[in-house]
Ligand binder design. Sequence first.
Ligand code: NAD
Length: 478
Amino acid sequence: MSQPTIYQNYINGAFESVDDHLEVYNPANQALLSRVPESGSADVERALAAARAAQKGWGARPAVERAAFLHRLASKLRENVASLARVITEEQGKVIALAETEVNFTADYLDYMAEWGRRIEGEIIESDRPGENIFLFRKPLGVVAGILPWNFPFFLIARKMAPALVTGNTIVIKPSEETPNNCFEFAKLVDTLDLPPGVFNVVSGSGATTGSALTSSSEVDMISFTGSVATGSRIMANAAENITKLNLELGGKAPAIVLDDADIDLAVKAIHGSRIINSGQVCNCAERVYVQRGVADAFIEKMAKAMDATRYGDPLAHNDLDMGPLINQAGLDKVAKMVETAQREGAELITGGNVADLGAGYHYQPTVLAGCRQEMAIMRQEIFGPVLPVQIVDDLEEAIALANDSDYGLTSSVYTRSLKHTMQACRGLDFGETYVNRENFEAMQGFHAGVRKSGVGGADGKHGLYEYTHSHVVYLEA
Ligand code: NAD
């Protein structure tokens, strides 16, 4: 059996050890993978001080130079796809093909954000006063704290660091305690490049210790957080003390609406794909279906077949799987309990419904529940597992009302061949995103943002980039 890797924090361009450690395990076979720092507030403050000291010089460079670093980093990632993907799969459990996609997408994302280096623009605004000029500059915020979840741990480093760095900020990243290894591998690649010390830092540790120290520090100018609503709310309370700017990407409970006039095969393929990708542990994957009565039986039958055909297991032992295990025992227990409760509340189990005993790992059977009703927990709370609850509706109007009746408002989807129904759904759905006749997966040039408890602010594209800047308006009479 191989020895666990010992990782160190990356602060001010150097790897540093700390006294306390956390252990990281493989969710497919419970093997110990690594020991990583459990960073205390002194470590966090040192990382923030390094980021502060580096920011002035970094922010003063032409944006195109900052962008050039991101392009070089993208190339490094592409040279190391196979080894990085393996690290991601080992600690997170996603299938290796998806981990490779995550690494390649991350490299593309770095390149995309780097392209903004020559496109950061201010404004010249018409004044009421003769001879006056009004200029709006865009300036970096300063030091960003990036706090990451475990489900797309590698991509989310870039989603935070790329817009932060290209606009002239510096950053301290705290990966999830479930998946810190890939973040340290990312830092090792950063370290091979010519980035000034302190621009990019990584401190690992638990949320209660490291995360709390980071989000309550007055040395942070912006907290960019992706994770659960409960943690987002705690971070908001921490940030209140210092009035720190927040960008919160929180949970989702994405509704998929399937109408009588839909292409049912397409709907089944897209919803099944959205539901099982990353074992259903995705903030924007279809978490509840509202299917119109006329196609309900056909949809449920075909979806059950698709779920039954899903191949799952240990993603490093097999290379032709659709999904791997859930992240940990708590995640597995939560999914199992939600399915049991739904059945007790009257849902009909069509297929699946059990923990899958594969000898090791946190596996759950792909599951379809029919006869669900809006008041059931399974239609209201994030499942984060390969379980699809289905409720029958009479028409689009009812589906839209039920879809909107949620604490969450991240993504939604609709399946229909009618342009009229498409436009009715787009007008009626109160969500950050709606996917029409396709799987739920956002583009880097879009804007990924939720309403209600799904978040504050957003990521990607021009709007995501400018979240990492503040405006400075100058009134000049000349
Ligand atoms: P989580 O909220 O448990 O943890 C996220 C991060 O917050 C971790 O790094 C954790 O250590 C840290 N943290 C915990 N307590 C903290 C505290 N008091 N102060 C500061 N940091 C703290 O979330 P998770 O289980 O890692 O991720 C799953 C959740 O993330 C789901 O709800 C999912 O929907 C959401 N998510 C949202 C998006 C999006 O774009 N909206 C993307 C991916 C995941």
